[in-house]
Design a protein around this ligand. Structure first.
Ligand SMILES: *Cc1c(COP(=O)(O)O)cnc(C)c1O
Length: 436
């Protein structure tokens, strides 16, 4: 066996800078990341202290995913047990219990009518698959001209090609790729406020847009109720309900991207449940495996599957190498058991109430434009962009891991975060807003 000497923190960071891309980063990196040695419960343990702290309370749940916290005995046991059988086998021509169990479980807990499950390896891929399902559906029905997508501004659906085309067009990615990305149909950003009365003029604008483009639209693709990485905005479920009605009326498919909102984050198990509707296609990811492994799912109704199967090419031509990965599927099943075997709604309400209490004082800070909380999501929106390096220093000094972006300081902590740690997260968010 080759000798394996642990890297000293300075060696690790030097090699990282030399060789490793980070999300949305330049090469070489300009801001040194913090090296994490291990994680347990809601705490990240750093390889060496940063700004006086060795352990940080994680306010980000590793981008919405680690809902049960880190190093969880139940999830560890599920992974170890599955590892002893097989960590992976191809899914072409083979199947296995973890994937079948997971598919059945997802069908049972998602809105009524979604019956078929495509297991993919990341959220972006699940959105690609959703787009492919919808375009192929219309092609199979002899209407290949229905191949555009409609969405509303302010969204985020991933970084691969079709998902990028329905991300907010004001973001850098669209400008960079203008003329290259497929040109989709955009409605305005939905008016803000989960509990706000639906805006009649906005509803009318959605109707007008769907009606005008119905002949060329394969699908409407949106994040229901919460727009995540596109701006952390909340809107009334009434808009999602209206899209369902419009899609039915004008013969367009509805795709809901619940990669961020799924599994309880907004206070309902799925954000579609706030609206009481079933989409034709549903994308899930992030918290699916409790943040342990990469896996996503695209669910669809029998109408979509039958349509595709009646076409000239009667198959869904997509099949990632790691499709249905047994290790990820086994952990996903365990994570769902863990979530649904407890009063998850009560826990999310507890987190919500702690975020409301802890963030309310920030409303009085100069430079804070808006304070909003929904489920286990808390947001401070500033009137200017955050200085990332300074914000990180402030949060880490307060013993908390946050990752603000643009004018947003936000948290979506693990549901298991206790009240004391939630108070720390809120204090760190207020400190970042105050410093900025
Ligand atoms: C994170 C995210 C994606 C992309 O998922 P990846 O696993 O990062 O590819 C897509 N849609 C939404 C709403 C997301 O939050």
């Amino acid at each position: 066996m080759p000798e394996h000497k642990p890297l000293r923190p300075d060696e690790l960071l030097a090699l990282d800078r030399q060789h490793v891309w980070h999300p949305y980063g330049p090469m070489p990196g300009t801001v040194a990341p913090l090296a994490v040695e291990s994680a347990s419960g809601v705490r990240l343990r750093l390889a060496e202290p940063a700004y006086g702290q060795r352990e940080l309370v994680d306010g980000m749940a590793s981008w919405w995913s680690a809902v049960h916290g880190y190093n969880h005995p139940v999830l560890n046991a599920a992974a170890t047990d599955q590892l002893g059988r097989m960590s992976h086998v191809m899914f072409g021509g083979l199947t296995h219990e973890p994937a079948v169990r997971l598919a059945r479980r997802l069908v049972d807990i998602t809105p009524e009518g979604l019956e078929h499950v495509f297991l993919a390896d990341s959220g972006s891929v699940s959105v690609e698959v959703a787009a492919k399902m919808c375009l192929q559906y219309w092609r199979s029905l002899g209407r290949p001209e229905k191949r555009r997508l409609m969405t509303w501004r302010g969204g985020y659906h991933g970084d691969t090609w079709h998902p990028m085309s329905v991300c907010d067009p004001e973001g850098g990615m669209h400008q960079l790729w203008s003329g290259v990305l497929p040109r989709q149909v955009f409605a305005e950003t939905p008016p803000p406020g989960f509990g706000a009365e639906p805006d009649e003029a906005y509803l009318a604008s959605l109707r007008e847009l769907v009606a005008r483009h119905a002949d060329e639209l394969a699908a409407v693709v949106v994040e229901p109720v919460v727009q995540g990485a596109g701006g952390m905005r909340f809107h009334s479920p009434a808009y999602v309900r209206e899209l369902r009605a419009l899609c039915d009326e004008y013969d367009v498919l509805l795709v809901l991207d619940e990669i961020a909102t799924g599994f309880g984050r907004t206070g309902a198990l799925f954000a579609a449940d706030h609206a009481g509707i079933t989409p034709d296609v549903l994308c899930l990811g992030k918290a699916l495996t409790g943040g342990y492994l990469t896996m996503a799912a695209t669910l669809c109704t029998p109408r979509v599957a039958d349509g595709i199967s009646r076409g000239e090419v009667p198959v869904l031509a997509h099949g990632p190498t790691f499709m249905g990965n047994p290790l990820a599927a086994a952990v996903a099943c365990a994570s769902l058991d863990l979530l649904l075997g407890q009063d998850w709604a009560g826990e999310v309400r507890r987190v919500e109430s702690a975020l409301r209490t802890g963030l309310a004082p920030a409303a009085a800070l100069p430079g804070v434009r808006d304070v909003r909380v929904l489920g286990a999501i808390g947001v401070l929106q500033l009137d200017h962009d955050v200085d990332m390096a300074a914000a990180t220093r402030t949060a880490v000094s307060a013993g908390v891991w946050l990752r603000p972006f643009r004018d947003m300081v936000y948290a979506m902590p693990p549901y298991v975060t206790d009240d004391e740690d939630l108070a720390r997260i809120c204090a760190a968010m207020r400190a970042v807003a105050e410093a900025a």
